[in-house]
Design a protein around this ligand. Structure first.
Ligand code: FNR
Length: 377
């Protein structure tokens, strides 16, 4: 019996298979405004569309007649080996999708040893997620604060104490992108108080509140999240606060990547925030080859924005990524069926990754990186 076939055909009956079905099921399940917040991109969504188009433009030219009976999907990042080349991208305010939010998604990630990157604006705090998934790999995504730099410092220390293994500083969100769907819906999850968990549990944040009202809390939250002054000077401070690997998320230009390497940054994520920040920027996959070339293997290059399938994972690896983060799809799975939904979705993704690597004629991630890709005519 083919275990893969059995699994997929069995799963078909109770969980959507493939990105279209996943999206449709999520759309049915979610309320309009949260769904709008999750799926949409900034402005006219040019970048959101191009993130997908870029994947469709690249084609794998497979090799055959090599032994692909065993496929090793493991990758090594910061001296630690992970069973899969996948990470969960930081997605804030997951209560938008499901009451159990990050508790459910981090537990699902833990089952596969997938690093869970927790957002600063998550629905559950660093400490409660640590409690939910003690031994699994967790990284902390940091939004800087211009108002009080003691706050990011405090959050980094909390993440360190809780055993988080890396700090992912997001550099493309100095302010929020022009999100037209949310404007039309008059929807602002941050102003609605979602995403406050890490803040309200922080002594530095508490100290910055003018009074006990919900209004004061939201005002402070919105102020802290924006950080238009973020620059290399602040990154040096971050480096002095922690020995954890520091990863910059949102690199698109090869010169920024080179600068990061020169300044002792430990890793980068090539990302355009899933098309949610500046619209009209280069598709993340189009930015990847030049960035990977500039980095030249000196530090890990992670990738996100537009990954929807196992084939996409293979393409991103082949174009220079050391590992790949997924965003929206695991949130759709969360909304559809909580932890169980995310688990099933990951099972599908990993089966497809393994099958795609073998079908392309490779048997390890290292070999995937030597595959031939051409641009479709
Ligand atoms: C995000 N993303 C994000 N990134 C980040 O650094 N901190 C955050 O809090 C969030 N929050 C967030 C919320 C929602 C609803 C989405 C969809 C995305 C961006 C995320 O980490 C990642 O870059 C993109 O989601 C990747 O693109 P795909 O996989 O969604 O196409």
């Amino acid at each position: 019996e083919d275990a893969f076939f059995k699994k997929v055909t069995a799963a078909k009956t109770d969980f959507p298979v493939g990105v279209e079905a996943l999206y449709e099921a999520a759309q049915k399940k979610f309320e309009k405004n949260p769904f709008g917040y999750i799926y949409s991109g900034a402005s006219g969504e040019e970048t959101l569309r191009n993130n997908r188009r870029a994947f469709e433009r690249w084609a794998i030219v497979p090799r055959f007649l090599t032994d692909v009976s065993e496929v090793d999907t493991s990758v090594t990042l910061f001296d630690k080996t992970y069973a899969t080349p996948i990470l969960f991208a930081p997605v804030g305010m997951q209560k938008l999708a499901h009451e159990e939010a990050e508790l459910a998604t981090s537990r699902a990630a833990a089952k596969f040893g997938i690093p869970f990157i927790q957002s600063t604006v998550s629905s559950y705090s660093i400490e409660s997620i640590r409690e939910a998934t003690t031994d699994s790999p967790k990284w902390f995504q940091l939004y800087w604060s211009t108002v009080d730099e003691e706050l990011p410092k405090s959050m980094v220390q909390r993440a360190e104490r809780a055993g988080y293994e890396a700090i992912v500083l997001t550099i493309d969100t100095v302010r929020i992108g022009w999100r037209e769907t949310d404007l039309r819906n008059q929807f602002s999850p941050l102003k609605g108080g979602l995403g406050k968990a890490n803040y309200v549990e922080d002594p530095v944040f508490q100290r910055s509140l003018r009074d006990d009202s919900e209004e004061a809390l939201i005002d402070a939250l919105v102020q802290h999240v924006h950080h238009p002054t973020l620059g290399w000077e602040q990154i040096e401070k971050l480096q002095s606060w922690t020995d954890l690997p520091i990863v910059l998320k949102g690199i698109l230009h090869p010169e920024d990547a080179k600068e990061a390497v020169a300044r002792g940054i430990d890793g980068i994520v090539v990302s355009n925030h899933g098309g949610r920040q500046l619209d009209g920027v280069i598709a993340s996959l189009d930015a990847l080859p030049a960035v990977a070339e500039a980095v030249a293997g000196r530090i890990p290059v992670l990738f996100d924005s537009g990954v929807r399938s196992g084939v996409d994972v293979v393409k991103a690896l082949a174009l220079g990524a050391d590992a790949v983060c997924v965003g929206r799809p695991y949130i759709y799975a969360l909304g559809i069926d909580g932890e169980r939904g995310v688990t099933t979705w990951v099972e599908h993704l990993l089966e497809e990754v393994t099958a795609s690597i073998a079908l392309a004629g490779a048997n390890s991630v290292k070999q995937v990186r030597k595959l031939t890709l051409v641009e479709n005519k």
